[in-house]
Design a protein around this ligand. Structure first.
Ligand SMILES: Cc1cc2nc3c(=O)[nH]c(=O)nc-3n(C[C@H](O)[C@H](O)[C@H](O)COP(=O)(O)OP(=O)(O)OC[C@H]3O[C@@H](n4cnc5c(N)ncnc54)[C@H](O)[C@@H]3O)c2cc1C
Length: 235
């Protein structure tokens, strides 16, 4: 479908943790997109835009966005200034960071690697795979964050774990506080421990460009086929 300009309204906003905000935008009709796509928001009167992955499943009247306002540029300030009821101009839906259903036939493992709000497109992609497409091979998410106090969606991820034996998720903290019980370091800390048939693994990477560049090299060395690596760089 061609992207179109949609006028939405802020329905809900929540500070999830740290500098991370959930923004729910409502429309007067159901919106269709493929999990993994993003929307481009007009964030200034001069037409400046910023892109945000859609963090919720399609076929609803609302979309959720997950925004880290740490950069504090024009997009971050716009998001922080939004209030429930405000109008929002959205160019949607964009991007090819989606899962090709044909690849699912040969995939033994699907690995999602995120840093920060790079987890945004993965939540609907994983929910779509498991709850809607009934994919039964392994789905694994590795999520890198700086500090434990910035984490969110932990209950949501645990719920998916409870519902599906074939879903696993690991969190890696690069600046852990004392007593952090989980993995410390970067996403490769977890990925380097995995033993699997890398030639039958699809990998989706999203978030910090340097993580993506480094992991792409690492994954190719492990045997992941180039055409099985997909990424969305947040720059
Ligand atoms: C396809 C796509 C999807 C995206 N999806 C999301 C999303 O779901 N959630 C989300 O939070 N962001 C997402 N981004 C990033 C987002 O669009 C903005 O680029 C980012 O939030 C910075 O916007 P800004 O206007 O606040 O800062 P800018 O005015 O663009 O930059 C201000 C300063 O911060 C630096 N900076 C820019 N981006 C980052 C960053 N990510 N981390 C640290 N410093 C930065 C810049 O170099 C600059 O010095 C996405 C980007 C792309 C391309």
């Amino acid at each position: 479908m061609l992207p179109e300009k949609l006028l939405g309204r802020v329905e809900y906003m929540e500070n999830l943790a740290g500098n991370n905000y959930l923004v729910r935008i409502g429309f007067d009709k159901k919106v269709e997109y493929i999990p993994g796509q993003y929307a481009s928001l007009k964030v200034a009167a001069d037409g400046t835009r910023r892109s945000y992955s859609i963090a919720s499943l399609p076929d609803e009247n609302v979309i959720d966005l997950l925004v880290d306002v740490t950069p504090m540029g024009v997009g971050s300030k716009y998001i922080l200034g939004l209030k429930v009821g405000d109008s929002v101009e959205v160019l949607a839906f964009l991007g090819r960071f989606t899962i090709d259903p044909l690849l699912l036939f040969e995939a033994r493992h699907i690995l999602f690697l995120a840093t920060g709000t790079g987890i945004a497109p993965f939540k609907p992609m994983i929910e779509d795979l498991l709850y809607r497409k009934h994919f039964t091979n392994e789905v694994r998410l590795v999520w890198g964050m700086r500090h434990p106090e910035e984490l969110y969606w932990l209950k949501e991820l645990d719920n998916i774990n409870r519902d599906f034996d074939n879903f696993k998720h690991d969190i890696v903290i690069s600046k852990p506080t004392e007593g952090w019980p989980g993995f410390a370091g970067h996403v490769d800390t977890v990925v380097n421990r995995l033993e699997q048939d890398w030639t039958k693994t699809l990998v989706y990477l999203c978030g910090a460009p340097n993580m993506i560049t480094e992991m792409e090299k690492n994954l190719k060395e492990k045997g992941v086929r180039e055409e099985h690596i997909f990424y969305e760089k947040y720059f």
